[in-house]
Design a protein around this ligand. Structure first.
Ligand SMILES: C[S@@+](CC[C@H](N)C(=O)[O-])C[C@H]1O[C@@H](n2cnc3c(N)ncnc32)[C@H](O)[C@@H]1O
Length: 206
C-alpha cells in the first residue's frame, strides 16, 4: 500500500549513496560539537528517530540503551555498520515516524536531528503525537532543526541554497516544528539556537 512518506523513503534510498560524503565538512566543523553537547544531556532508554546513517552514534552515552530508527533501510544499513565499528551492538528498527513500531511509554527520551526539517508540516503533528505516545509520561524530546536566519544576507544565501537542499535531502528551512510540538501536546522546555540563528534546538516534555 502506498504511504504518505513513500517519496521520502525513495529520496533517502538515493541519498544514502551521497549523504555522508556531502555532509562531511558540516559534520566535522559544525555538527560534531553540537551532537556531543546534546547527547550529554540524555540517558536511559533513548529513541534516535530519523537516525539516518548513524551520525549521532559516536555520541550515544556508554551506559544508555539506544534504539536507532529510520524510514530508510539503506540509511540504516550504514548506521548499523557505523555502530558496530564503534564496538556497540546496534538496535536497528525500520519504522515510519507516522506510525512507530514501539509500545506506549517505551522510551525516556527521543532525539531527532534534522528529521523534522524533512517531514512536511502537514505530517508533523501526527509524527510528534507518535513520539509522545512512545515516551514515558514526563519523557523528553530533543529536536535539532535548520531555520531561516533573521539576517537578510544570510537569509538570501539560504534561499539560494534551498532548492538544492530540497532536492538532495527533501529538507526546508521554514517548517513550523515548534508549533506542531505544542499542538501534539508537548510542553516546550527550551527553544534556543546552537549555531548562529539558523540551527535551532527544541526541547519538549510529554
Ligand atoms: C536529513 S536526514 C538526518 C539523519 C540523521 N539524523 C543526522 O543527523 O544526520 C533525515 C532522515 O530522516 C529519515 N526520515 C524521513 N522521513 C521519515 C519518517 N517518516 N520516519 C522516520 N524517518 C524518516 C530519512 O530517511 C533520513 O535518514
Amino acid at each position: 500500500m502506498k504511504s504518505e512518506t513513500d517519496f521520502l523513503r525513495r529520496l533517502y534510498q538515493r541519498a544514502s549513496l551521497y549523504y555522508d560524503l556531502i555532509d562531511w565538512p558540516l559534520e566535522q566543523f559544525r555538527y560534531k560539537t553540537i551532537r556531543r553537547k546534546l547527547w550529554k544531556d540524555v540517558g536511559g532508554r533513548i529513541l534516535d528517530l530519523g537516525a539516518g546513517t548513524g551520525r549521532n552514534a559516536p555520541f550515544y552515552p556508554a551506559d544508555s540503551d539506544v534504539v536507532t530508527a529510520d524510514l530508510s533501510p539503506e540509511m540504516l544499513e550504514r548506521a548499523r555498520r557505523r555502530i558496530r565499528a564503534l564496538g556497540r551492538a546496534p538496535q536497528i528498527v525500520v519504522t515510519d515516524a507516522l506510525g512507530l513500531d514501539f509500545k506506549d511509554g517505551e522510551f525516556d527520551v527521543c532525539v531527532s536531528t534534522f528529521l523534522f526539517c524533512v517531514l512536511p508540516d502537514e505530517l508533523q503533528e501526527r509524527a510528534l503525537r507518535e513520539v509522545r505516545r512512545v515516551l514515558k509520561p514526563g519523557g523528553k524530546v530533543y529536536l535539532l532543526e535548520y531555520v531561516y536566519s533573521q539576517n537578510s544576507i544570510r537569509r538570501l544565501w539560504m534561499r539560494m541554497f534551498a532548492p538544492l537542499v530540497a532536492r538532495l535531502y527533501g529538507a526546508r528551512f521554514d517548517r513550523r516544528t515548534g508549533e506542531h510540538m505544542e499542538a501534539a501536546g508537548f510542553k516546550m522546555l527550551e527553544r534556543r539556537f546552537v549555531h548562529s540563528d539558523i540551527l535551532l534546538l527544541l526541547v519538549g516534555q510529554s
